[in-house]
Design a protein around this ligand. Structure first.
Ligand code: KET
Length: 449
């Protein structure tokens, strides 16, 4: 390869570029017009993208798009899982405002890039939050945690790593599950299969079906588990059932991948909601955990989350982390600093942390009270059917059992927006809107089959 000098390839390219630029600069306007009108130039109506077909809206986020277009005064968005106050307004937690104020007041803070793996303190504290402050896995340095773009980004980074470095490319997801799961895993290069989870007849867990399906999964397969507050069903295994699942999975060498998007939202307690994960970590085995702070800290748009990979030894964890960095760097280089700084400020300070647990419990309690109110309202109307699942289900959502036709009817006649599988976000409901929803459900089940 020549290096410099008149004859180098770089010089030739630069010279050609210079000739091109100076000649077009000298071109008169008429000459330019004639080029634009020449038959070889692109026709405005003939886009190189004219074959692109319009994609459907996202089944969950598209509900908000439709809601925003509706001019009705009584419209109600129960689609996306986003917390609203009794006044129907989005909520910024007080503790988040305090942490943000601290950050703004701290003049020593800069906006430099974070490392590829994100904010070190945030990562450490996130691992502690999900695994427990006294977790032996953390003490033994065999957990690697990387800051990712909320829960979705954590799932995707974990899946990309697995597709590159794990011997089994099949991931089992519950039936049903969050609608984005199959897309995230398929696009990461994994092959997606499902295991039985929900029994529409009992509106509860199909525990037998779950055990059978995981029992016949190939050794080593990855299994996606919702850590708590299963979305969309609101049905979680009991601790005894979790223990059976753990034994079965460990005996077959199945690899757990926990999605923890609702820690604190199920019971109102951060520790209780992490019990499923901690059970799998206590046995010394390996697992993946994707954490989101979208719901429990209300940081939806800040995109703050973490991927933790619990390994057998510190040495393996270090090597795994080095490869996770190779996944992240060409995707988005490194994660954003603001949201992670808010979380770190809250998790490191006992006062702020306690305040958070208070606010979190208040959100969880308001959701639980909405369950009772909706149940009572349907009972008062004598709506046909057993609606006790509304008060039994856990977390942000009620899986109503309404069919797509009934959902479409409620949207058209009552301006109530929800996903077509009949899931409603209880966090979007308030005492004022419960009667409207109960009227709509009553009309739907009595008039639409
Ligand atoms: N996991 C589950 C189970 C989940 O419900 C969500 C979001 C996520 C991960 C991702 O959240 P993130 O904002 O990336 O941290 N679910 C709600 C919002 C959405 O669909 O994006 C929902 O089901 O309404």
């Amino acid at each position: 390869m020549s290096s410099g000098g008149h004859g180098s390839a770089t010089d030739r390219r630069l010279n050609a570029l210079f000739r091109h630029l100076s000649s077009s600069a000298r071109m008169d306007p008429q000459q330019l017009n004639s080029i634009a009108a020449s038959p070889t130039s692109a026709n405005q109506n003939d886009s190189v993208f004219s074959h692109v077909v319009r994609a459907p809206e996202d089944p969950i986020l598209g509900v908000t798009v439709a809601y925003n277009k509706d001019p009705s005064q009584v419209k109600l968005n129960l689609g996306v899982g986003a917390y609203r106050t009794e006044e129907g307004k989005p909520l910024v937690l007080n503790v988040v405002r305090k942490a943000e104020q601290q950050l703004v007041n701290d003049r020593s803070r800069v906006k430099e890039y974070l490392p590829i793996v994100g904010l070190a303190e945030f990562n450490k504290l996130s691992a502690k939050l999900i695994l427990g402050a006294d977790s032996p896995a953390i003490r033994e340095n065999r957990v690697t945690t990387v800051q990712c773009l909320s829960g979705t980004g954590s799932l995707r980074v974990g899946a990309e790593f697995l597709a590159r470095h794990y011997h089994q490319r099949t991931i089992y997801i519950p039936q049903p599950t969050w609608g984005n799961h199959p897309k995230v895993f398929t696009l990461a290069g994994l092959s997606v299969k499902s295991y039985r989870y929900y029994d529409p007849a009992t509106r509860g867990l199909n525990f037998q079906g779950l055990l059978e399906d995981l029992g016949s999964a190939p050794a080593g397969a990855i299994v996606l588990l919702h850590a708590c507050a299963h979305n969309p069903t609101g049905v979680d295994p009991t601790l005894q059932q979790w223990e059976r699942i753990r034994q079965l999975m460990r005996s077959k060498g199945l690899l757990p991948f926990f999605d923890s998007a609702y820690q604190g939202f199920a019971s109102g307690s951060l520790d209780s909601d992490a019990q499923s994960v901690r059970m799998f970590v206590a046995d010394g085995g390996e697992c993946f955990i994707a954490q989101s702070y979208a719901k429990n800290l209300g940081l939806y748009g800040e995109r703050v989350g973490a991927l933790s990979i619990v390994c057998k030894t510190a040495d393996v964890a270090g090597r795994v982390e080095s490869q996770v960095k190779l996944v992240i760097r060409p995707m988005y280089s490194n994660p954003p600093i603001h949201g992670a700084s808010i979380v770190a400020a809250i998790l490191r300070d006992r006062g702020l942390f306690n305040e958070w647990t208070f606010e979190l419990k208040a959100m969880a309690d308001r959701i639980i009270s909405m369950r009772q109110k909706l149940f009572d309202a349907l009972r008062a109307r004598g709506t046909p059917g057993d609606w006790s699942h509304i008060i039994k289900q856990i977390g942000m959502f009620t899986f109503t059992g309404l069919n797509p036709q009934q959902v479409a009817f409620m949207t058209k006649d009552y301006h109530i927006y929800m996903t077509s599988d009949g899931r409603i976000s209880m966090a979007g409901l308030s005492s004022k809107t419960v009667p409207h929803l109960a009227d709509a459900i009553h009309a739907a089940v009595t008039r639409v089959s």
